[in-house]
Design a protein around this ligand. Structure first.
Ligand code: COI
Length: 357
């Protein structure tokens, strides 16, 4: 039996949502899950109306950045059953981020119970159109009120949800960043922590002013090897193989990235996870070996890349309608999540809540 206390809204806002026009991250559902970490254990598990929080101005997360999050998605199968995509992978990654940031872990049972309960409760908010989903944002942050640099003794764990369309509705143009870097070996690049995204804002804004959607991060030592994009992992499709940077400590271990590698390998495609330099990418583009580039992420799913720039030169890829690998992967992942094709991988989990609403 669940120990989640429920306080329901008196009127749902779901009727006010235009499900045909749902830009990413602007609409939130009626409720959110909240729990507190106090005296060494998670407590106060509850689902409450979505709303503001009250925080001390000396909350440690605001000053020193102990804040980590996940991004995951829920879907509706054709028969209306709400489902989740690889939820266990998200608690594994959340706990890896927690360990790096000296934050408490969450048991698989607590995480899954919370996720199933909130999605079960908000299932009317799951959009039905292709490429759309109910986005879940689990977030954990320090709550202790102290000004010294220290590990917080208390935390909040929250899951908010909201319907979303594709993060990048159009193909993206990327700029390889040769001044700023995202993460050095030994840093926090592998953790899904708030500061990594804060650090990406200035370079992303400068790239936008030049007409690009995002930056391609390069390694922090030689400014040579590709790491990831500010919002997603990156893949290169060559004539005879697919290459993606290896996750060797400074790159986010994307769950969509992992799924794509598994799908490609199951389809007999050669996938290499290794160092890949911008020089290799440019010369493969010039020789005609590079057919496609695409980004992957929970929010982005599979995002076509139309152009990239490196050291003031612009490189155009073939029209994205010909990017059969990226387009095929997006269709397959969307179909898997919607239950339209057989889930031979066992990735799609039907939502079952033990909470009495
Ligand atoms: C996700 O893909 O879910 C993320 O958390 C990335 C974020 C930039 C939206």
């Amino acid at each position: 039996m669940s120990n989640i206390n429920i306080t329901k809204v008196s009127h749902s806002r779901v009727d006010q949502v235009d499900f045909d026009n749902i830009p990413f991250g602007q609409t939130f559902s009626d409720h959110m899950y909240v729990a507190d970490y106090i005296d060494g254990k998670w407590t106060n598990h509850s689902i409450v109306p979505f709303g503001n929080l009250s925080l001390s101005p000396v909350n440690l997360a605001l000053h020193y950045g102990q804040s980590i999050f996940e991004g995951m998605k829920a879907f509706k199968k054709k028969d209306g059953t709400p489902s989740l995509f690889r939820p266990e992978q998200h608690v594994i990654r959340l706990n890896a981020s927690a360990r790096r940031m000296m934050m408490p872990e969450i048991s698989k049972e607590m995480f899954l119970e919370a996720v199933h309960a909130i999605v079960d409760m908000e299932q009317n908010w799951i959009p039905k159109s292709k490429g759309s989903a109910l986005y879940l944002r689990p977030v954990m942050f320090a709550t202790e009120a102290k000004l010294g640099v220290k590990v917080s003794t208390t935390y909040k764990f929250i899951i908010i949800t909201g319907p979303v369309g594709p993060y990048y509705p159009k193909p993206v143009r990327l700029l390889a960043e040769t001044e700023y870097t995202r993460a050095a070996q030994g840093g926090v690049g592998e953790a899904k922590t708030a500061g990594n995204y804060a650090a990406s804002l200035l370079p992303a804004q400068l790239a936008k002013e030049k007409g690009f959607d995002q930056v391609i991060w390069l390694d922090a030592k030689e400014y040579k090897y590709v790491q990831e994009v500010g919002t997603m992992n990156l893949f290169f499709v060559f004539k005879d193989k697919v290459v993606t940077p290896e996750t060797s400590g400074s790159i986010l271990k994307g769950i969509t990235r992992k799924s794509i590698i598994e799908i490609l390998k199951a389809d007999g495609v050669t996938v290499e996870e290794r160092l890949i330099s911008m020089d290799e990418v440019v010369s493969a583009h010039e020789s005609g070996e590079l057919l496609e580039m695409f980004g992957s992420g929970t929010a982005a799913v599979v995002a076509n890349v139309s152009e990239f720039s490196y050291r003031d030169k612009l490189y155009k890829l073939a029209d994205v309608s010909t990017h059969s690998t990226a387009n095929g992967l997006r269709d397959k992942i969307n179909a898997l999540r919607a239950g339209e094709i057989e889930d031979t991988f066992g990735w799609v989990v039907d939502v079952k809540s033990t909470v009495k609403v």
